[in-house]
Design a protein around this ligand. Structure first.
Ligand code: M6R
Length: 607
């Protein structure tokens, strides 16, 4: 959730840290701070609020060449100057930035207080800074190692010590951390976006590893001081991909990128000559996966919605019993898992703490684990037995858009891949693959009419309660549409399987309440028209998402947004687009910060 950046080299560190923090701000944005070190002096500046508030109080001429920076998403204590990172020990010699949660911080705080330590902040991170200082006897790495042995919880940390001016010590357990390798310099970051402007060569710090970083040297060891050898890896993403490119917001850019990034996602994977799906990432586990008795799809938020679409796809195409689990519930439920279970973790970031924990739980109980992940080299991607990358490029907007369509496309390909090895006929596979190949251009057509969605948003943005209804494959899309609207515009919205409405939520419907109904052509079309009539007769205002050419629907709806025709299993890839646009425009019209909605952060790396 928090963003971490560090620099040790020969250039002034401050502009590099500030630029890195700007690129990390989507990870947490309630306060920010930097610590710079030079000639045995540690200079810490921090401020509550956005990065711009920190920039106003910084002395931008500071020449130091070693420093760390942090952008925070509060867990312990409100977003104040004092609770902002970096945190220092009482002497002001040690500074720490931290992403994660120290779970035994209360016990450690009490212990340190008994030793005479006085705390300035409410944070778990200050506890760590004081603990490192307590162990410090002239060797920062040793002190960090000793302190981390006392700590339980999760962390990605960067530590400076005034007595060791050209050194950053970093460590990781459960929170992402990478080291950028440059010429005569190293960078530390929680996210590749922070360092892409300087290098694409990185080393991924593993769980339980400590890095000792100087301008010219990088030494990795385990917590028990055993040396670790690591290869330098190349990041495939470019700087351009993480910039706005003329769009007002990353969310809008990412919505409009979908035709192109889905082409990338599908490229080389659809073989229309052989009616086959080619997924290199599944080659080694195909036999085991095909033989699975049960498939569990897990994720959080939007990824969980994509997993729900996956459930319908897998049951229809593969005919292996499939369940979808909230990752956060699954891990604490003593789930029944055995070697006949395959678990697919769905995640944009590959760093979501709950999804990662569910994956580890399943792995320990003997399941085959797979990932449908976007960020190459991320924790989930590295820890699954096999997987399929989304290849939709970096997603910066906190509201997930292109990752959803990427996740659904990947799950559709896995379903067809497995289906062909089970009961799916070449003819049915051919139809499915042709429909999938057509999706990017069909999304482009919807985006060409984006103004229609804006007009609808304009009419209803003053309403505080919305309902979203869908059936079958479009039920998860209803959930996703409601999540998009509430997370960025703060309008209360609920998504429902349309038939459930009459079992209670129908009581909410009153004159003028916006009800978005996904009513595309398909097996349940007549039933959803009935649901629309039930809404209408109670005064609700219907915004229908319908298939091009459906002239009848306009009679039952106040507004119709059309999408091109496709096969039912792939409709979510199209029906979600107008819902993303409605949410975006509603948030803009209400003056909300679309890319940095309140209380949220991209990539939820704490439980
Ligand atoms: O990185 P992940 O896909 O694992 O993230 C999962 C959720 O935190 C994420 O989808 C979240 O719900 C988004 N804010 C939704 O727009």
């Amino acid at each position: 959730m928090c963003g971490i950046i560090g620099y040790v080299g020969n250039r002034p560190a401050l502009p590099i840290l500030v630029e890195g923090l700007r690129r990390l701000e989507y990870r947490g944005y309630d306060s920010a701070g930097v610590a710079l070190i030079d000639q045995e002096n540690l200079c810490v500046t921090k401020s509550a609020g956005r990065l711009s508030a920190l920039e106003q109080v910084l002395d931008h001429s500071m020449p130091q060449t070693t420093g760390i920076g942090h952008t925070r998403w509060a867990t312990h204590g409100p977003p104040t100057d004092v609770n902002a990172h970096p945190h220092t020990d009482t002497s002001g010699k040690i500074a720490v930035i931290h992403n994660g949660i120290i779970e035994n911080d209360r016990a450690l705080r009490t212990y340190l207080q008994r030793q005479g330590v006085t705390f300035k902040s409410e944070t778990d991170t200050e506890v760590l800074a004081q603990l490192i200082a307590m162990f410090y006897e002239g060797d920062l790495e040793k002190a960090v190692r000793k302190a981390l042995r006392e700590v339980s919880g999760t962390y990605g940390i960067g530590v400076l010590c005034a007595d060791e001016p050209n050194v950053i010590v970093a460590a990781r357990k459960g929170s992402p951390l990478i080291i950028g390798v440059g010429k005569g310099e190293h960078l530390l970051a929680s996210d590749a976006a922070a360092i892409l402007a300087h290098t694409t060569q990185v080393i991924y710090v593993g769980d339980g590893e400590i890095a000792h970083i100087t301008p010219d040297e990088l030494r990795l060891t385990t917590l028990d001081a055993i040396p670790v050898a690591k290869d330098v890896q190349q990041i495939e993403w470019s700087l351009e991909q993480i910039e706005l490119a003329g769009y007002d917001h990353f969310m809008l850019k990412e919505i409009f990128e979908q035709p192109e990034v889905l082409e990338n996602c599908l490229r080389g994977r659809l073989d229309q000559n052989e009616n086959a799906i080619r997924l290199g990432g599944l080659v080694d586990c195909t036999k085991k996966l095909t033989g699975a008795k049960r498939i569990i799809l897990t994720g959080c938020g939007t990824a969980w919605h994509a997993a729900l679409v996956g459930e319908y796809l897998f049951e229809e195409l593969v005919r292996i019993p499939t369940e979808v689990e909230y990752a956060s519930e699954f891990r604490y439920r003593n789930p029944v898992i055995d070697e006949g279970t395959a678990l697919i973790a769905v995640s944009q970031s590959g760093e979501t703490a709950d999804t990662h924990a569910a994956l580890i739980e399943a792995k320990q109980r003997g399941a085959l684990t797979l990932g449908a992940v976007n960020v190459v080299g991320s924790t989930i991607a590295r820890e699954t037995d096999a997987g399929v990358y989304l290849h939709v490029g970096p997603e910066i907007g906190v509201a997930s858009t292109k990752a959803f369509t990427g996740q659904v496309a990947v799950l559709a390909m896995i379903a067809c891949f497995l289906g062909r090895r089970k009961h799916l006929s070449p003819c049915a596979a051919a139809e499915f693959i042709a429909a999938l190949a057509a999706i990017p251009k069909q999304i482009k057509r919807i985006l060409d009419t984006a103004e229609e969605a804006r007009k609808v948003a304009q009419i209803y943005t003053d309403r505080e309660n919305w309902l979203y209804l869908g059936r079958g494959y479009n039920y998860p899309v209803a959930l996703e549409g409601a999540l998009k609207l509430k997370e960025i515009s703060y309008i209360h919205a609920e998504g429902l399987p349309a038939a459930e409405m009459k079992h209670g939520p129908i009581a909410l419907i009153q004159e003028g309440m916006p009800v978005v109904v996904i009513a595309t052509a398909g097996r349940q079309y007549d039933k959803i028209i009935n649901n629309m009539m039930q809404v209408r007769s109670r005064g609700g205002s219907i915004i229908a998402i319908a298939t091009e050419g459906d002239r009848e629907i306009a009679k039952q709806a106040d507004h119709v947004l059309y999408v091109p025709d496709t096969i039912e299993p792939l409709q979510p890839l199209l029906t979600v687009i107008p819902l993303q646009l409605i949410a975006y425009h509603a948030a803009v019209i209400r003056g909300c910060n679309v890319d940095k909605p309140r209380n949220l952060a991209k990539s939820v790396t704490v439980e």
